[in-house]
Design a protein around this ligand. Sequence first.
Ligand code: HAM
Length: 405
Amino acid sequence: MINALRGMKDLIFDDARRYRYVTETAARIAENYGFSYIETPILEETRLFKRSVGESSDIVGKEMYQFTDKGGNDVCMRPEGTAGVVRAFLQAKLDRQQGQKYRFYYFGPMFRYERPQKGRLRQFHQFGVESFGEKSVEEDFTLIRMLADIFDALGIRYRVLVNSLGCDVCRPPYRESLVEHLEGIRDELCDDCRRRIESNPIRVLDCKNEHCQELLADAPRLTHALCDRCAADFSRLQELLTSAQIPYTVDPNLVRGLDYYSGTAFEFVSDEIGAQSAIAGGGRYDRLVEFLGGRPTPGIGFAIGIERIMELVQMPESERRGWYFGAMLPDALGPILDLAHAKRLAGERAVVEYHPKGLKAHLKGADKVGARYCAVLGEDELAAGTIWVKDLVEKEERTVPIDQL
Ligand code: HAM
């Protein structure tokens, strides 16, 4: 037997229903916030991710599904959605429309060659949004509020963590002071952290190693080193969150695992799903468009990890819907095929059982497919031009002329 690859899962039955419910609910909310749907290819040039997500990130450094295609191109299955959307934004020359705002949402599979465990897959699904051209901190607040709305609509409890990662003005001097501090404790840090002192020292702050965290207790804090503009934005963001009654915590160690961020960063976490508790993450990336060759354009976005919230989603009761058609004799099959087709053309759901059988068996069949109406054509009805119907919700049954069904 051939099984799915390690870390890759089928979405079938209840999972498939949940996946659609999550994406439809989130898409509806994103549309209400003025976002429009975008779909970008799963395969992109490898250098897109190297330049945007960054070579020092785990995602690019260790986890890419990268290969050479038959044409000799170095390609990669997208590990996340932002890079492709920014590429599409540039390719459509939207960066040249200065002053315009563009807001997109997307969902679909992402690929990271990680060690699979609960909540961590190699193929997983995200719902994400990206907003271009709006630098106001009100936009940062609005994205966090949208995320809260989505989780509220899905019945999911969460905690919100926020941080500011600073900008080109305040980050370089902060980085220097952090490196100086890290050099002092270098020998005691874990191997990953030691490597990061050179490649991306700020990522040392979110090391999961407990000993490293103890050592970092008195490391300089970026939130204390923000420039006036970043500090003002960050405190305004907190004011807006407070007045919207979105409970949040400032987490100075929240640095996010992708290199493109600056300014506002945030994560939503759940305490109900174990170690992989981040259910969504995002932030500003005001330099990314420029970095990929476009005109300077501020950007901000987030992505939800759909598999991580799947079990938490409060699904509405699935309602009985549409028709089940059954025949009690072979001659009745032709007419029910046509009746079912007429229902479908009228926009209703209709399922046909092709094997003639007794009434009891048909009622069972209708129940199994979740139909509201069970319509059965027997010998007497066939002769009289009628059909027997039962409403499985109201528990009413009657025989009606076929043309009045
Ligand atoms: P990220 O934090 O790498 O951000 O991923 C977002 C979410 O995807 C995570 O919070 C988590 O729920 C889920 N996720 C990540 N890796 C896995 C995995 N291996 N298995 C299952 N779920 C996973 C981004 O991807 C950014 N592109 C978000 C963003 C959009 N920032 C700005 N715009």
